[in-house]
Design a protein around this ligand. Sequence first.
Ligand SMILES: Nc1ncnc2c1ncn2[C@@H]1O[C@H](COP(=O)(O)OP(=O)(O)O)[C@@H](O)[C@H]1O
Ligand SMILES: [Mg+2]
Length: 232
Amino acid sequence: MENYLFDFHGVSKDILNDLNFTIKKNEKIILFGPSGAGKSSALFLFNRLRDPDSGKIYYKGEPIQSCEISQLRKNIGLVLQAPNLFPGTVLDNLKYGPSLFDEWEDSRAEELMDLIQLPENYLHRDVDQLSGGEQQRVSLGRTLANKPEVLLLDEPTSALDVRTSEEIEGVLEKLIEVHQLTMVMVTHNLRQAKRLGERGIFMKEGKIVEDGNISRLLMEPESKALQEFLQD
Ligand SMILES: Nc1ncnc2c1ncn2[C@@H]1O[C@H](COP(=O)(O)OP(=O)(O)O)[C@@H](O)[C@H]1O
Ligand SMILES: [Mg+2]
């Protein structure tokens, strides 16, 4: 089974049609393609928010269905486009995940605030009072509090203005480097894709059309589908 973190074999689910790929530890993957291509649907297979209709997914050599789901979601963190925080303070949100496993220590708050680059005096602020960019940092912090090994990102900056989006990108860039995370990120922002990604997977109509080095895909698209996508 090699040392693959993920191994997809002929995976189909609704629109998703015969997905075949492997992902190694530390890969930085950009999943991109037109709206409705199935990017979010594909991303949700990685932490079992959805399960395939047919085909097999292996996580670290084990069928993903046999992994304990709360442990799986702890190891494989997901951040969505819109921050989905719980009512309460920043600290309440950060400690939520680790508390489920009885693993929270107050000393971690400082480290997490440093990771997401928010001042420590924000810990006791109500999340309702934060800006969209700040809330997205807290969403990221809440996911990181679980010490995931894989970070799934579904258009994490597309709801933010350019400046805030670039700030979050900076946070992600540093984090991925320092913590050696494996990343699968959906983004429409091709500049962001080049900055944060190494490998690109281009999808259209539920299928993988091209898979390779992200810069090469963007500079020398082989398929008509990707050429057309890049022209828009
Ligand atoms: N549960 C579902 N059952 C059937 N079709 C779905 C379901 N969820 C999404 N779809 C459809 O699958 C397609 C892919 O959706 P999605 O994964 O959200 O695409 P993307 O993230 O690339 O924009 C869309 O056409 C959507 O309407
Ligand atoms: Mg989507």
